[in-house]
Structure formats: structure tokens, C-alpha cells
Design a protein around this ligand. Structure first.
Ligand code: PEP
Ligand code: MG
Length: 592
């Protein structure tokens, strides 16, 4: 039966493929394809892991003390029975044969299928056996991991699997797990949770693959292996589409691929408006390797390196100064003399240091994590970690143009502490004989307080970068990751526009650099608005650069600026912008 699921469009384009359901807690299980001649050995690996767990449980049962409650032995029997059930390992082996999934993936896929069957059981006792099944699978996954050693799982592109693209469906995916998917086999994402600027959505966008989040129920309604269309522009998911609908979407998919190829030709065209205003289009990156896609997309610098992603997937263990230095240096060298803006760690809220904490935050309702010990607050609370990161950043400055960016600043006292720490770090580096050059200091404008007191902040820094994702969140008191209030998360809100416009004007008047690095910068719907406000530096995911560049090339900056006052006075800025700003746009097609 065909049906639709509605969510929030977060990453454009159309993806068509088969659903792969993954439980949130198991998203980090390795997902790769085995080659046809590895199928038998992969099945053998799965069965070996199963047998190891059988042996472990059987021994446990044999060694139960005489006075152990008899429920314990009964429970072990249930687990042993599940392990021997063909529906688990037999069917999981079938996933390996049919789809060439690796053992861990095959087992989790089969768990999803069985878990649903348990959910639908009438009998309470049987329904509750789902938890036993999950425990058993956890144990087998543990045995597989042990066999594979501690080495990171191989991430293999789609060399061997069937022809069908695969789309990931999960209740939620933590940003840390999304990072592991960067080179993964999935061609689209659907999640139950999340908003347009939740970090999961941001990473999906950086991968340039269609995604719909905040669907609330997709992971319950969609079945393993269902055919699914993700319409990343409309925010809809069509499950088991009819042949006519499928054909229509295949057509749209081809059209958007053609459009991308057309825009890619703008890569080497300088971003200059019709009236000759030069605009910097920089890239947002999460890992040093992303710098390569930044260069390939025609970015003229990195406007935001979200360094916190270096701190994730490490079981809470922080990267050393040396490790960070190597990562920053790699990004700086890839950019070949173009500026690289490294933001100090922004952990906290929906980007905790390890996955366990994500689950705790989500499920135990820690009070207001977005307003808690996040970003610079966390860095200042961990001074030795902060100094370590600053040393690594400064050392990288010997290899190219590095700029330092501090997230979530709201107090002048924070800026003073940062400046004091920088002085200490410079002294330490000099004493240790490390080379470094001048590093410009910038703060992010993400908290309304910072925007309101910008003239005071500007006295102490070289540049500012407006983080519209958080600025909107804190101005409107809307949790950016909460789909329940996503409809109120409004970049067109007059208060938001006032804050952004004032900040750009004040920084320009003070002769200090100003850029926008939130998601608004990469959305072509806002390019003219930001140009009208006087913005000349945008930072976005590399994949968004061509579309924004096309808007810049068609814009007349002076005419846009003259329309701004009417827009800021309007009670409906979006409608006014549509009317006023489009009048200042050249209708001429720039690329053919
Ligand atoms: C922002 O808040 O706009 C921003 C760029 O930072 P992040 O999305 O990483 O919080
Ligand atoms: Mg932010």
C-alpha cells in the first residue's frame, strides 16, 4: 500500500531507494558491503559470533548457584532459544546473501524486522520478549566487534550491493553518528526527530543528500526494504509509490542532477554582483578532509570549521594537542593560502561529547541543555583543554592563514578571559620554540545579548560571524532540534532580521569583518536579503556554493540596499522581500 509521511525538508533533492531501518542505538553499527566471494566467510563470522554467545550463556547457566532464582535459568533458556531460532541468524544470513550486507548490518536489519513482529503481538508476555531479543542481538554484536578488534569498521562504498540505492530510516541520529555516515552507503535520510537546523540536518546537508527530519512516525510506519521516495524539497516521504509516481520522481531526480551539473560550471566564476561588488563565498566544514570539497566547489576560504566533530566518537576521550594540530594543519594546507576559520569546540546541547550523553540528554530531559554549559562556557570551564586547543590552532597558523572563532559569546568577561588565555598560549608556544603567525580573533553572534552589545564586543575582536541557527533559536526561544516547535522557527521574524541587519551594519561601520555562517547563508532564498543588509561574506556547506553564487551574480547590491528599509519596517518581511528584492534581480540567466 502506498502512503505518505510528512516532515521537515532539510536537504534538497530527490532520493529513491529501499528503506534500511536502523534503531537509534545501533546507528553506529558498521554498514558496508561484502564482495560476492566474501559472502560465505561473512556468514561464518556471524555464526561464530552467535556460537560464542551460545557458549557464554550455556556456561553461565551451568554455573548458576543452586539457590539462584529459577527465573534466571528460564531467562537464559529464552535467550538460548532465540539464538538458535532460524528467524534470527538464518534470516540475517539471508540479508548477507541477498544484499551483501556485512554481518553486523544484516543482524541489526533482521532485529528491526523481528522487533516489529513482537510489537504487534497481542500477548503481553510475548510482546515483552522483544527486550530479550534486543539483548541477545547486542551480545552477538559485541562478539562480532570483539572478533573484528578495535579497528574502525571499513567504510566501503557501494561496490557489491544490489543495484538499489539505500535510504536510512531511524528515530533519531546523533551528529556524531552522522559523521560516520559521511562516506557511507546511504543516499538519503529520514528521521522522526529533528528540525531544520538541528545538527543532524546540518550534517545531512553537508553530505548533499536528500533528507527529511521531524516526521514523528516514519521509523514506525516504514518497513525494512520498503521502496521509498524522499522529496527533500517538499519534506515528504512517499512509501511504496505507484509506478506513475515513481516515474515522475525519477524525472525530477534527473532534472535536479542536470541543474547541479549546470551550476557546477560556475565553480571558477568569481562571485561579483552586477554592480561590481565582490562577495566571499566560504565553506563550512566538519572534518579536515571536507576542505577538499570546499576547494572543489569554488570556496575562497573556510568560514567555519566546526572543530567539535574532532572530539566526537571517542568515548569521551579528548584529542591531544598534536592530533588537533595535525587536523588543523591538514585543513589549512588543503586551502592553499585561503583563510581557514577554526571555531573552538562547540559541545553541549545536541552535540555532546559521546553518544551515551546524547541518549541521556534526550531521554532523561536534562534541563535546557541548549542554555547550559555549552561552547565557550564549556571551554572556559576546562581551561587546560581550551589552552591545548588554542595551542594546536596557533601552531597551524605557521602553515597558512588561520582565523580563530569563538562560539556562543555573551559577556565581555568571556572575551577578556579568552584574550588572557591567548596571551598565555602564545607565551607557551614561544617558550617551546613553536612557530606561529598572527591569528585574527572573531566571536560568533549567536546570543541576542551579543548582537545588542556588538559595538562593545567589536572593540576587542577583529571580526564577527553571525550564527543564525542559534541566533534564531535564542531570539525566538525555539529549540532548533525540536520538531514540535519547528513551525515557529522563523528566520523571517522581524526581530531576527533587525538583529542580523544591525549586526552587519555595526561591524561594517567599525571596519571589522562580518560574515554569516548559519544555514541562512547557504539558502539561496536569503542571498538577496543578506546582500541588501550589506553582507559581503557568506559561509555555507560546499554543495550550496554554486546556487548562492548564481544569486550573487544576478544581484544588484545597490538596488537591494535601497529596498532594505521598507523590508525592515514591514509586518510581513517575507512577502515584502518577495516583491522588493526580486525587482532588484536581473532576469538574465547566468549559466546556460
Ligand atoms: C549557528 O548557530 O548558526 C552556527 C553556525 O553554529 P552551529 O550550527 O554549529 O551551532
Ligand atoms: Mg551555533
Amino acid at each position: 500500500m502506498s502512503f505518505q509521511v510528512f516532515g521537515i525538508a532539510v536537504s534538497r533533492g530527490v532520493a529513491i531507494g529501499r528503506a534500511v531501518l536502523v534503531a537509534s542505538s545501533r546507528v553506529d553499527v558498521a554498514h558496508y558491503f561484502v564482495s560476492p566471494d566474501e559472502i560465505q566467510s561473512e556468514i561464518a563470522r556471524l555464526l561464530r559470533a552467535r556460537d560464542a554467545v551460545v557458549h557464554e550463556l550455556a556456561t553461565l547457566k551451568d554455573e548458576l548457584p543452586g539457590d539462584a532464582p529459577h527465573e534466571l535459568a528460564a531467562l537464559l533458556d529464552v535467550h538460548l532459544m532465540l539464538l538458535h531460532d532460524e528467524a534470527l541468524t538464518g534470516s540475517a544470513s539471508q540479508w548477507i546473501v541477498d544484499r551483501h550486507y556485512n554481518a553486523e548490518w544484516a543482524l541489526s536489519a533482521q532485529l528491526e524486522v523481528l522487533a516489529r513482529q513482537f510489537d504487534e503481538m497481542e500477548d503481553d508476555y510475548l510482546r515483552e520478549r522483544k527486550a530479550d531479543l534486543e539483548q541477545v542481538v547486542e551480545r552477538v554484536l559485541g562478539a562480532l566487534a570483539q572478533e573484528a578488534g578495535k579497528a574502525p569498521p571499513p567504510v566501503r562504498p557501494r561496490d557489491f550491493g544490489g543495484e538499489d540505492p539505500l535510504l536510512l530510516v531511524a528515530a533519531d541520529i546523533a551528529p556524531a553518528d552522522m559523521i560516520q555516515f559521511k562516506r557511507s552507503v546511504f543516499r538519503g535520510f529520514i528521521t522522526d526527530i529533528g528540525g531544520k537546523t538541528s545538527h543532524t540536518a546540518i550534517v545531512a546537508r553537508s553530505m548533499d543528500i536528500p533528507a527529511v527530519v521531524g516526521t514523528r512516525e516514519a521509523s514506525r510506519l516504514i518497513m525494512q526494504d520498503d521502496w521509498v521516495i524522499i522529496d527533500g524539497d517538499a519534506g515528504t516521504v512517499i512509501v511504496n509509490p505507484s509506478p506513475i509516481v515513481l516515474e515522475e520522481y525519477r524525472f525530477r531526480q534527473r532534472q535536479s542532477e542536470l541543474e547541479r551539473a549546470r551550476l557546477a560550471r560556475l565553480r571558477h566564476t568569481p562571485a561579483v554582483t552586477l554592480d561590481g561588488v565582490q562577495v566571499d563565498l566560504h565553506a563550512n566544514i566538519e572534518m579536515p578532509v571536507d576542505a577538499e570539497s570546499a576547494v572543489a566547489a569554488g570556496a575562497t576560504g573556510v568560514g567555519l570549521f566546526r572543530s567539535e566533530f574532532l572530539f566526537m566518537n571517542r568515548d569521551g576521550e579528548l584529542p591531544s594537542e598534536e592530533e588537533q594540530f595535525i587536523a588543523y594543519k591538514a585543513a589549512v594546507e588543503s586551502m592553499k593560502g585561503m583563510p581557514v576559520t577554526i571555531r573552538t569546540v562547540d559541545v553541549g546541547a545536541d552535540k555532546p561529547l559521546d553518544r551515551l550523553t546524547v541518549n541521556e540528554l534526550r531521554h532523561e530531559h536534562v534541563l535546557n541543555p541548549a542554555m547550559g554549559l555549552r561552547a565557550i562556557r564549556w571551554s572556559l570551564a576546562e581551561p587546560s583543554m581550551f589552552r591545548q586547543q588554542l595551542r594546536a590552532i596557533y601552531r597551524a597558523s605557521a602553515y597558512g592563514k588561520v582565523r580563530l572563532l569563538i562560539p556562543m559569546v555573551a559577556h565581555l568577561s568571556e572575551v577578556r578571559q579568552i584574550l588572557e588565555t591567548i596571551r598565555k598560549v602564545q607565551q607557551q608556544l614561544t617558550d617551546a620554540g613553536h612557530a606561529f603567525t598572527r591569528v585574527e580573533l572573531g566571536v560568533m553572534i549567536e546570543i541576542p545579548a551579543a548582537a545588542v552589545m556588538l559595538p562593545l564586543l567589536l572593540r576587542h575582536v577583529d571580526f564577527v560571524s553571525i550564527g543564525t541557527n542559534d541566533l534564531i533559536q535564542y531570539t525566538l526561544a525555539i529549540d532548533r532540534a525540536d520538531e514540535a516547535v519547528a513551525h515557529l522557527y522563523d528566520p523571517w521574524h522581524p526581530a531576527v532580521l533587525q538583529l542580523i541587519s544591525q549586526s552587519i551594519a555595526q561591524a561594517n561601520a567599525a571596519g571589522k569583518g562580518v560574515s554569516v555562517c548559519g544555514e541562512m547563508a547557504g539558502d539561496p532564498d536569503f542571498t538577496e536579503l543578506l546582500l541588501a543588509m550589506g553582507l559581503r561574506s557568506f559561509s555555507m556547506h560546499p554543495s550550496q556554493i554554486p546556487a548562492v553564487k548564481q544569486r550573487v551574480l544576478r544581484a544588484d547590491a545597490q538596488r537591494l540596499a535601497s529596498a532594505l528599509p521598507r523590508l525592515l519596517e514591514s509586518e510581513d518581511p517575507r512577502a515584502t522581500a518577495e516583491k522588493e528584492l526580486s525587482a532588484a534581480r536581473s532576469g538574465a540567466a547566468i549559466v546556460h
